[in-house]
Design a protein around this ligand. Structure first.
Ligand SMILES: Cc1ncc(COP(=O)(O)O)c(C=O)c1O
Length: 377
């Protein structure tokens, strides 16, 4: 990243990614000529329509679905809200039952809590110490009133990948719609909807090198759900509001770039080097939070035992990474994800999430290892 006096190091790609220069270049050319309304049939609207249409095909190409099954949204939160509320409001059941997990992003947790206040019943599946659910628990939780199962593909904090294929199969056998929040997995691991077996899938542009404010929701053809935003008949009547040619073009290009997962091999080896380097210098003082063999290739969540993540990161201000806890009036509060994994407050307080990305260099990784090691002795 930028170099000032001290080299700034960004290892927080799960929080947000910079815009890829190739995405930026598409945005610049789009701004030059596609100002019209994509719904207008005159000379100004047609180029904007073509851009939105192309972008829809690009997103569909990444997810392996039909373009008509893609709805553009403002991001991951809207996509998730759309599914949860859309299914709830389309349901004929008096008290719809939704099954989800105890490690979801707030963009699932909060809409679920909202629907609970309206009368929905929510089951929060437990996870093991690595953050993984057990498909048998899902099976046991299904009732005649279950109207939706929503299980994240990969966890934003610890990177654990859930057994989505098995869960989706269970849902299919029971005729229950299945949604996965793929905001963190898309562009990092395969996310073709047919391979996963899902009916709905959420993505967020700013996690795959597109700007903030754009995302998409895959809605399996024929699925019935109420729109979240009512209005004119944009997006085949699924989401009202004039589409942004600029933002959809950016997401489309980002999705095309995200189809190439080969870059993840380099990122995975840098992530592994970060782990072994820290382990070599810190020994038992560092423990892994998550599931080594079933984790996003860019994510490393570790606890520095006997320290707090905040205190460590504060000593290296040039390093951008995240912690797994918050400090409230002198008390350390663990994130709900670490808590659900049963991690003790002493260990969880020292959690730091490093998430690597396209621009991460091996030099940056070596600097982080060098700087963190001495802080622990
Ligand atoms: C797993 C997951 N879902 C949803 C979201 C929300 O996405 P957005 O910020 O685009 O609304 C995030 C963002 O951090 C996420 O990590």
């Amino acid at each position: 990243m930028n170099s000032t006096n001290r080299q700034q190091i960004y290892l927080d790609f799960n929080a947000s990614t910079p815009i890829d220069p190739r995405v930026e270049s598409v945005m610049r050319s789009t701004m030059e000529y596609a100002f019209g309304n994509p719904s207008s049939t005159h000379w100004a609207g047609t180029p904007a329509y073509t851009i939105v249409d192309t972008a829809r095909r690009q997103v569909a190409g990444l997810l392996g679905c039909k373009p008509a099954e893609i709805v553009f949204t403002s991001g991951g939160s809207e996509s998730n809200n759309h599914v949860l509320k859309g299914i709830y409001f389309a349901s004929q059941v008096r008290s719809p039952h939704i099954i989800t997990t105890s490690v979801e992003h707030p963009a699932i947790v909060e809409p679920c809590r909202f629907l609970q206040r309206l009368g929905a019943r929510i089951t929060w599946l437990p996870v093991d110490s690595t953050g993984c659910i057990d498909p048998d628990d899902l099976m046991q939780s299904i009732t005649a009133d279950t109207t939706l199962i929503s299980i994240m593909h990969a966890n934003n904090e610890v990177g654990t990948i859930q057994p989505i294929e098995d869960c989706a199969q269970i849902a299919r056998e029971h005729g229950i719609p299945f949604h996965t929040d793929a905001a963190q997995s898309v562009g990092k691991i395969p996310t073709r909807v047919d391979d996963l077996g899902v009916d709905f899938l959420s993505i967020a542009g700013h996690k795959i090198y597109a700007p903030k404010g754009i995302g998409a929701l895959y809605i399996h053809e024929g699925a019935s759900l109420e729109p979240l935003i009512h209005g004119a008949s944009h997006e085949l009547g699924r989401r009202a509001g004039t589409e942004s040619a600029l933002l959809t073009a950016a997401l489309g290009e980002a999705c095309t770039l995200a189809r190439d997962l080969t870059a993840m091999d380099r990122i995975r080896s840098l992530r592994d080097r970060l782990w072994t380097g820290l382990k070599e210098s810190c020994g038992d003082q560092v423990v892994l939070n998550g599931r080594a063999g079933q984790c996003l290739p860019n994510t490393l969540n570790i606890s520095f035992v006997g320290h707090t993540g905040h205190e460590l990161l504060a000593q290296i201000p040039e390093l951008a990474a995240s912690t797994g806890s918050a400090c409230h009036t002198g008390r350390v509060e663990l994130s709900p994800v670490l808590e659900a994994m049963g991690i003790s407050p002493q260990v969880g307080a020292g959690a730091v999430r490093f998430s690597l990305g396209r621009t991460t260099s091996s030099e940056e990784v070596e600097i982080v290892i060098e700087k963190l090691g001495p802080l622990l002795v």
